[in-house]
Design a protein around this ligand. Sequence first.
Ligand code: AMP
Length: 401
Amino acid sequence: MLNKKSVDDINVKGQKVLVRCDFNVPLKEGRITDENRLVAALPTIKKLIADGGKVILCSHLGKPKGEAKPELSLAPVAVRLSELLGQEVKFAADPEVVGPNAKAAVEEMKDGEVVLLENTRYRKEETKNGEEFSKDLASLADVFVNDAFGTAHRAHCSNVGVTQYVETSVVGYLMQKEIDFLGNAVNNPERPFVAILGGAKVADKLNVISNLLEKCDTLIIGGGMAYTFQKAKGLEVGTSLVDDTKIDYCREMMEKAEKLGKKLLLPVDTTIVKEFPTPIDAHIEVTSVDADAIPADMMGLDIGPKTAELYAEAVKTAKTVVWNGPMGVFENPILAKGTIAVAKALADTEATTIIGGGDSAAAVNQLGFGDKMSHISTGGGASLEFLEGKELPGVAAANDK
Ligand code: AMP
């Protein structure tokens, strides 16, 4: 259990409460195309409204890199949040985030009202955890609540710096839920515990592989990562994505699995194509991964059907499953079969299923399996760092219980 003070441990009646949310939603021509992160933020916001707080929301959106880029304004979020909450969310449109509009809006607030500040990354100090912007944010608030799991692995002004200048800093319900689900899965799992890792590169997941091997019973590897493991086993991988600098590392991990008595599952067959990126009607073949089965001029871009079956069987035996990263180039429907098969296996099991954000979360939601999972993390990078066993600065900065 998370040993941090939460919104349940404070009384916010009449207080100005600055809430760091993760409103980093995808936008297309000013329209929000996926509002999961807004919906996920509602429980904390509603609780603070109900308790009579003056609720000042803030978040980053995209990467404006210290400039007030109008296409990355949080204005559309204020509109949609007003609808979702059933009450006005007043938008404070200041290019410097904490400017005359924000100050005046906060000054006028009555208990239970909500204001949204402009994109925190309009300020260049934000991502450097600079003092001035941290103080500006803190000057608006009596209490700070961090509910932005998606940025918890970063130390920025709006989630870490600000806590130095506000007496009370607590976590919100979303943050608590994320840490409870991921923490229980990793540190206190109901066994067998199966972890599934995919995605492009081994290098991005070195510490995750190593840490999860220690915690899980079975580690499944798919996606582009798998071919460096195959090469480490002495297999021919054609032109598949391989990181030659990580071959020794993969060998080490296979030895580690053996030493610890853990199962490490790798693909037994793969879907291969000639070129990348591949058009939707490209010619694909399925081959085993044995010896020289993958031709020298072809690359593996998805797990094959036998592998999908093998992985689904492993999921069936599990009581806890954590999944991060697609099994292939799932953006192309002809290379999405492996990812779909794994998503379906997770949807069909009674086990606790946790999706570690990012591409796997998008895949699960797109396939309509979202409500079949126990928990879909709102933070890809943050959940990966958590799975590495790292302490997240955004969580560490909150007051201990
Ligand atoms: P990541 O951000 O590391 O989780 O990687 C996700 C990306 O990995 C997706 O965009 C996939 O298209 C890509 N990917 C998955 N499998 C492969 C593969 N076999 N070869 C190249 N890229 C892959």
